[in-house]
Structures are given as structure tokens and as C-alpha cells.
Design a protein around this ligand. Structure first.
Ligand SMILES: NC(=O)C1=CN([C@@H]2O[C@H](COP(=O)(O)OP(=O)(O)OC[C@H]3O[C@@H](n4cnc5c(N)ncnc54)[C@H](O)[C@@H]3O)[C@@H](O)[C@H]2O)C=CC1
Ligand SMILES: O=C(CO)COP(=O)(O)O
Length: 326
């Protein structure tokens, strides 16, 4: 398989960082932007001042707003917000070269339908093989070339390994997996728990409370993920535990930041993209429908919907009946 040419759809923080990844791995990389100002800045100054201000990017990244560029791609990386995927894909699909492989990197579950994003992609691009890249990786770190490791899942180990080799370099290491559902659900659900961890810190409850929250969140994430089709061991890896740990422990995470603002009683309107806000709504419905116990997720949902105050949400969790840990 030829993997020479990579087109990244989405000129935001993550799409830009992933174009740097592809370029560092020796691929010809182009970002397909929606906004011509972003494309111009990337092409002329190797900068994305809107989404990654102050970071000088590899200068061999191309940028365009013309979807015709998809016709030359061996690999198409999707890096647009999860809830935008269904609306964006029909305009792109006819342009994508027949043999190109798609790698989704958005983290979420479709709000209106409860569909995994891989299913949304399969519905709109049924003839293209697809993969998922997910793991602990902040765009700013990746764009700067700081060491990062992620999981890349595809149907079939050989395909996953081939894509891992195509994108790995001395600063970016992708591990192969054949568990698409496990990788996908881990990335989506960790955002919910990052919001919850942010709330705990925003309330001033401290690091011990946060460690307890993350540990119990991990139990829930594995339970929900398994019900959605993931393999248990996948959640122990980079796309599960790794990403949960990163997002629940750093104010760099937009989801954690959103939770912190909630905990501090701030107005959260207009904050940067926090995918967990949509995910918690649909994941709570899925948990209810399957009678799965997910108290942290349900408390986070009620908090986000304004049904309960942050302090009361944490107190409700602490006052649940005493039970065995496992
Ligand atoms: N920023 C990060 O560190 C990471 C982000 N991700 C995931 O990547 C996805 C994108 O996140 P970011 O790039 O950080 O968000 P962002 O807010 O920085 O950028 C989003 C980009 O998507 C574009 N976009 C939105 N709707 C579109 C549409 N309908 N058609 C074409 N382009 C559209 C916007 O113009 C913008 O360029 C999210 O699902 C996020 O969870 C995953 C790993 C790391
Ligand atoms: O997914 C991420 C890191 O792996 C980015 O997290 P946020 O979307 O919360 O910023």
C-alpha cells in the first residue's frame, strides 16, 4: 500500500498538529481547511494563529480550502468535531480517492442517534476502509514535536500496523490495535470524566478527591465501554487509561477546564470545544437504556443540564450506600 500522501480534514488545533505528525513521518501532508484565513496563514507563515497561536509548525505542510485535494490522498485524517462529522462528510466523500483509507480522530458519540462515529463514517463512506487514532495527546504538545504515544485501531492487525508505520516518527509512536470499538469508546467517554475531574478541582476538593474520582471513573468507563462493544484490555491502554489520566489531570484539557469553570460557578457559554458536553447527554441515555450503573456520568449530566449544583452532585456521589469496591 502506498501511504505517501496524507490530507488532514480540519484546520483546527488537532488537524494542524496531525499534519505535523504526518510531515515528520516523511509523508506529504496537506490540511484541508474550512477557513481561508487559516489556510493562508498555514501556507504563508507555517502558523495557525487561531488554533495554535505562538507555535511555529513544520514548514513543509500544505494547506488549502479546495476539497479536490482529497483526490490525491492515500490517507485521509478526519479532525473535525464529533458532532459536525455527519454534516461535513457528504461534501467530502465524492472527492476522496477510491483506495484511500480514512482515520478518524474526533472523540465523541453522535448526539442525535447514539451512533459510534465509525458507524456514521461507514454510512456515508461505505467503500472506504477506516481506522481510529486516539490516545493521550494534546495538540500543542504534538505540534511542538514533544514525545507522544497513541493507539491506532483498524479492522485487521496488518492494516493497523501499516498505518502506525506511516505516521510514527522519533517523536510520535502509534501502537496498533484491532479493537475499533474499544479505542473509540475510550476516547469519547474520557471527556465526560475529564469534566467531572475539573468540577472536583473547581470546587476546591483537592487532589485526593480527584484521584478517587478518576479511579471510580475508570471503573465506569470500562463498564460502559464493554457494553458498547470494546475489549476489556483496550481500556488499560493509551486510548483508555492513558487518555483518561491526561484529560483528568491537566487544565490544558478543554473538558477539564469546562468542569473547573462549572465547579467555580463560572458562566461556561462560549468556552472552547468540550466534546464531553454532548457525549455525556447521549452516554447517559445509553447507560439508562442498558440499565448500567454509571453514577459519575449521570451526576455530570445532571450538573451540565443545570438540574443540580456542583457541590450537591459530589455530595450525592459520596452519600451513596456503602458497598464493596469490586
Ligand atoms: N485538540 C486536541 O488536543 C485534540 C483533539 N482531538 C479531537 O479532535 C477533534 C477536533 O478538535 P480540535 O481540532 O481540537 O478542535 P478545534 O476547535 O481546534 O478545531 C475544529 C476545526 O474543525 C473545523 N470544522 C468544524 N466544523 C466543520 C465542518 N462542518 N466542516 C469542516 N471543518 C469543520 C473548524 O473550522 C476547525 O478548524 C475533536 O473531536 C477533539 O476531541 C483529539 C485529540 C487531541
Ligand atoms: O483528547 C485530548 C487529549 O488526548 C484533548 O482533550 P480536550 O478535548 O479535553 O482538550
Amino acid at each position: 500500500m502506498t501511504n505517501d500522501t496524507v490530507v488532514v480534514v480540519g484546520g483546527g488545533a488537532w488537524g494542524t498538529a496531525l499534519a505535523c505528525v504526518a510531515a515528520r513521518a516523511g509523508r506529504r501532508a496537506t490540511v484541508l481547511c474550512r477557513d481561508s484565513a487559516v489556510a493562508d496563514a498555514l501556507s504563508a507563515r507555517a502558523e495557525n494563529p487561531r488554533y495554535l497561536p505562538g507555535i511555529t509548525l513544520a514548514d513543509d505542510i500544505g494547506a488549502t480550502t479546495d476539497p479536490a485535494v482529497l483526490g490525491a490522498a492515500d490517507i485521509v485524517i478526519l479532525a473535525i468535531p464529533a458532532q459536525r462529522l455527519r454534516a461535513a462528510l457528504p461534501g467530502l466523500a465524492p472527492q476522496i480517492a477510491p483506495g484511500a483509507r480514512l482515520i478518524n480522530t474526533a472523540k465523541g458519540i453522535e448526539l442525535g442517534t447514539g451512533c459510534a462515529l465509525s458507524r456514521v463514517i461507514a454510512e456515508i463512506c461505505p467503500d472506504h476502509a477506516q481506522a481510529i487514532l486516539s490516545g493521550p495527546s494534546f495538540a500543542t504538545d504534538v505540534a511542538r514535536g514533544k514525545p507522544t504515544a497513541v493507539t491506532l485501531a483498524a479492522r485487521g492487525e496488518a492494516s493497523a500496523l501499516d498505518l502506525c508505520r506511516a505516521l510514527s516518527s522519533d517523536s510520535f509512536r502509534a501502537y496498533a490495535s484491532a479493537d475499533m470499538a474499544g479505542v473509540e469508546t475510550g476516547g469519547a467517554l474520557k471527556n465526560v470524566y475529564a469534566i467531572a475531574a475539573g468540577v472536583v478541582i473547581g470546587l476546591g476538593f483537592g487532589e485526593s478527591a480527584k484521584a478517587a474520582l478518576i479511579t471510580r471513573a475508570f471503573v465506569e468507563l470500562r463498564r460502559l465501554g464493554a457494553a458498547m462493544g470494546g475489549q476489556p484490555e483496550t481500556y488499560l491502554g493509551l486510548s483508555g487509561f492513558g487518555d483518561l489520566m491526561l484529560s483528568c489531570s491537566s487544565a490544558q484539557s478543554r473538558n477539564f477546564g469546562y468542569g473547573m469553570a462549572l465547579g467555580q460557578g463560572e458562566d461556561v457559554t462560549g468556552r472552547p470545544l468540550a466534546e464531553g458536553v454532548a457525549t455525556v447527554r447521549i452516554a447517559s441515555r445509553i447507560a439508562d437504556e442498558s440499565s448500567l450503573s454509571a453514577p459519575i456520568l449521570q451526576a455530570t449530566k445532571r450538573l451540565i443540564e443545570g438540574e443540580i449544583a456542583p457541590k450537591d452532585a459530589v455530595e450525592a456521589l459520596l452519600s451513596r450506600p456503602i458497598k464493596e469496591e469490586f
